[in-house]
Write a new protein. Structure first.
Length: 184
C-alpha cells in the first residue's frame, strides 16, 4: 500500500499541512501503513517557474512520481477567494490526466468560515473526478479556529480525522486500490 499526502498550501507553516499530516498519522495508526507528504510550499519556487510539462524541475518530477505510485492520496487545500489555490491546480495540470485514474483519495480543505466548505463538493470533488480518482464519500473541512499554533485543537475535527482515516482504510481494501481491477 502506497499512501501519499498532498498539501496544496503555499504557506509554511500551514494549517492545511497540519491537517494532511494528522490524517496521514491516523491512517498509519489504523492501518500500519504511512506515507510521505508532498508540501507545495517546498516546491513553490520551481512550480511558479514551470510553464509546461515538457521539462519539469527535479522536485516537481519527484512529487509527480510519488503521486503516480500512490494507491491513496490524502489531498488537502486551503481556500483562497472561494477556491483552491491556482498553484495547486497548476501542479496537477502539469501531470498527464490519465496517470491518476483509479487511485483513491481523501479530500480536505481549510478555511476561515464554514461557507468555504462548499469547495470540497463543488470544486475539489469535481477536479478529482475528472482525473479519474475515487474519493471517499465523507470529506473534512477545518476552520482556522480549529487550530492553535498550526496544530489541531478541535475535538470535533479530531473525530472527523478518525472518520476519514477509517474511510481510507476501506478504500485501501478495494480491489482497484490494489491494482487488481482494471477491466472496464
Amino acid at each position: 500500500m502506497n499512501i501519499i499526502g498532498l498539501s496544496g498550501s503555499l504557506s509554511a507553516p500551514s494549517r492545511t499541512r497540519a491537517l494532511v499530516a494528522a490524517v496521514l498519522g491516523e491512517i498509519s495508526r489504523q492501518t500500519g501503513h504511512g506515507g510521505p507528504l508532498i508540501d507545495l510550499a517546498d516546491i513553490a519556487a520551481d512550480l511558479g517557474r514551470t510553464l509546461g510539462s515538457f521539462v519539469l524541475p527535479p522536485a516537481i518530477e519527484a512529487a509527480h512520481g510519488q503521486l503516480r505510485a500512490a494507491d491513496l492520496i490524502v489531498i488537502g487545500v486551503p481556500v483562497y477567494k472561494a477556491s483552491y489555490p491556482g498553484a495547486f491546480k497548476h501542479f496537477l495540470d502539469l501531470l498527464d490526466p490519465k496517470v491518476l485514474e483509479g487511485k483513491s483519495a481523501i479530500l480536505m480543505a481549510t478555511g476561515g468560515s464554514d461557507q468555504h466548505a462548499l469547495i470540497l463538493e463543488h470544486q475539489l470533488r469535481a477536479l478529482t473526478s475528472y482525473l479519474g480518482i475515487y474519493s471517499a464519500p465523507k470529506t473534512l473541512f477545518a476552520r482556522d479556529t480549529d487550530f492553535s499554533d498550526y496544530r489541531l485543537a478541535s475535538p470535533a475535527i479530531a473525530e472527523r480525522v478518525a472518520l476519514v482515516a477509517g474511510q481510507a482504510r476501506r478504500l485501501l481494501r478495494t480491489p482497484a486500490a490494489h491494482g487488481l481491477a482494471e477491466a472496464a
